[in-house]
Design a protein around this ligand. Structure first.
Ligand SMILES: NC(=O)c1ccc[n+]([C@@H]2O[C@H](COP(=O)([O-])OP(=O)(O)OC[C@H]3O[C@@H](n4cnc5c(N)ncnc54)[C@H](OP(=O)(O)O)[C@@H]3O)[C@@H](O)[C@H]2O)c1
Length: 253
């Protein structure tokens, strides 16, 4: 097998693809030849990113979607299929993080929102695309989780809980769908420099405290994640399923 990641003419759907980690995942998939839908709420940012990612071997198509809304997810899959074809690759990357701090100050509406955006979105998209993948004999799903789903994050109960849930969905789906050729893996980033994690890296002292003790003592970048996602989606990873690939500069080690 050639040692290059080739996803020529595969159709990929990346939620939260307008910036940060999702945008770099989309870039890597399109560089490997996949046609990629990027989906997120803000249409202007999506359009800008799609324009910046034009000129790669694969097309990048922006489709606005709030992943917490079931009807918008249905419309997203319909639009992807009508414009590019059936989905071969699904990257469940969009997430939110509310209710940080003292968990006794959170309420069940925050828990509901976290579950809607971080977990149910993946569940709903899997239900929409996996039957087709199985019929066609294959597909690949990557769920963006977090090291906070493996170890409790201080002040981040809701976030850790939803990411841990997505990890168990990943492993359970891998068992269920593997015999039909659909692989399901997760990536668990450590601290990566994006808008999402700005609180942790904008303050130099806080950043140094967090990454200084890592075996690789630097802040991660979206470009540390995108290539790994493309690898997991490719035939080079055809014997890999049900795994959580930790990319954290060794923080958990
Ligand atoms: N950065 C880190 O240190 C880190 C560490 C571990 C795990 N992660 C995980 O990596 C993933 C990506 O995070 P990131 O750091 O790249 O964040 P980011 O730069 O803030 O990007 C988040 C993306 O998700 C979209 N999004 C947010 N809420 C959405 C919703 N309800 N519906 C649709 N799209 C939505 C955003 O666009 P709109 O705002 O326009 O919707 C954006 O495209 C998340 O799953 C996060 O939990 C990040």
């Amino acid at each position: 097998m050639a040692l290059t990641i080739s996803l020529t003419d595969k159709v990929a759907l990346v939620t939260g693809g307008s910036r940060g980690i999702g945008r770099d995942v989309a870039r890597c998939l399109a560089e490997a030849g996949a046609h990629v839908v990027i989906a997120s709420r803000k249409a202007d940012e999506l359009e800008r990113s799609a324009a910046e990612l034009s000129g790669l071997p694969g097309r990048v198509l922006p489709i606005p979607c709030h992943v917490g809304r079931e009807e918008q997810l249905a419309a997203l899959v319909d639009a992807t299929e009508s414009q590019l074809g059936p989905v071969d690759i699904l990257v469940n990357n969009a997430a939110t993080n509310i209710g940080q701090g003292d968990s006794l100050r959170t309420d069940v509406s925050m828990l509901d929102k976290m579950i809607d955006v971080n977990v149910k979105s993946a569940f709903r998209l899997v239900h929409r695309v996996v039957p087709g993948m199985m019929e066609r004999g294959g597909g690949s799903i990557v769920n963006m989780v977090s090291i906070s789903g493996l170890e409790p994050q201080a002040g981040g109960l809701l976030y850790s809980f939803t990411k841990a849930g997505l990890i168990m969905l990943t492993r359970s789906w891998a068992r269920e769908f593997g015999p039909k050729g659909v692989r399901v893996n997760a990536i668990a980033p450590g601290l990566i420099k994006t808008d999402f994690s700005a609180y942790y890296w904008q303050d130099g002292e806080r950043q140094a405290e967090l990454v200084g003790d890592q075996p690789l003592p630097r802040l991660g970048q979206p470009e540390d994640i995108g290539p790994a996602a493309a690898f997991l989606c490719s035939d080079l990873a055809s014997f890999i399923t049900g795994q959580v690939l930790v990319i954290d500069g060794g923080a958990l080690a």
